[in-house]
Design a protein around this ligand. Sequence first.
Ligand SMILES: Cc1cc2nc3c(=O)[nH]c(=O)nc-3n(C[C@H](O)[C@H](O)[C@H](O)COP(=O)(O)OP(=O)(O)OC[C@H]3O[C@@H](n4cnc5c(N)ncnc54)[C@H](O)[C@@H]3O)c2cc1C
Length: 320
Amino acid sequence: MSTRRQASIAAPLIARPRRQLELAAAELSGRMRGRVLLREPMARHTTFRIGGPADVFVQPLDIDDLTVAIRFGREKGLPMKVVGNGSNLLVGDKGMRGLVVRLAPNFSDIEWREDGAVVGAGARLGRLVQEAAEVGLSGLESTVGIPGTLGGALATNAGTDTGAIGDLIVGATVFDGNGEIQQWTAVQFAYRYRYSSVSSTRTTVVSAQLRLRPAPPEEIRAKIERLRRKRASRQPLRAWSAGSVFKNPRGVAAGKVLDRAGAKGLRVSDAQVSRKHANFLVNRGQATAGDMRELIARAHSLALRRYGIDLEPEIEITGE
Ligand SMILES: Cc1cc2nc3c(=O)[nH]c(=O)nc-3n(C[C@H](O)[C@H](O)[C@H](O)COP(=O)(O)OP(=O)(O)OC[C@H]3O[C@@H](n4cnc5c(N)ncnc54)[C@H](O)[C@@H]3O)c2cc1C
């Protein structure tokens, strides 16, 4: 068979899904008020600056818009993934199929109360902790320097050795896996170390109520400053990364294990194990998801061979 004939048969097979996507994006765009983008590079929406295109990238303006997007995805049988600031994601080089829904910078209202706040899932933790200090509410300081949204933090139970976001939650407004709006209690999140039930139940968090305790603003600000300085002295915060790549095994820091195993500086193309913190893998500019995955595999294998420790990823590897 000639190459020309092969191409004429193959072309409609390749072109059809693309055309279908264009039609789906146009239809969704006509139904909602927020942004709908076709084949949007995920590298623009992850702190690794890595990731191929999302088929249809959606930024709903409000809960009505989000309802439209969720129902549309279900109606068309499209897979859907909600993302926050992309600070815990390694997205594949071929990108993400179906709908990718980003709530930030919308969904970021904060309603302060005497003993806490009701916060939109798209609100950035940095702003939340800063404003909490101003209104004299303590509890969020453990999240200082985590560059995520509240939604992403609730999904990953983000935190540090001084506490995690799951300790503060009272309840939340969510869309469950069937696209129905529900009120969740804290128990339904089933929080453990860097784990919640959010991803496995395909739940989308819209907003949450947090319990905080009154404290003098200057005391909170001093704690924030102390924790910020500690983080800056230990972590490569200016580099493109997704924070700690591996969870801490019981009783020991993954960074320490990797450091002792000689992982610092290890490199695959532009993906490198930070020389400042061995659990931070950084993109020096042109690293692909493939490079990063290869580096993760090498670091994992070093810890296993040297100490018999089977490190478990903390970041989420998603897409194709
Ligand atoms: C420099 C640096 C330092 C970091 N330090 C820490 C740290 O100290 N502790 C820590 O725990 N993490 C840390 N991280 C990782 C990351 O910032 C956190 O996991 C953060 O909470 C992720 O939030 P995000 O909005 O970026 O979520 P994303 O990375 O966009 O998504 C993470 C997960 O949450 C889900 N998700 C996002 N929004 C929603 C929503 N509204 N509803 C349902 N699911 C949702 C996504 O589907 C995905 O499964 C660090 C990252 C960086 C780059």
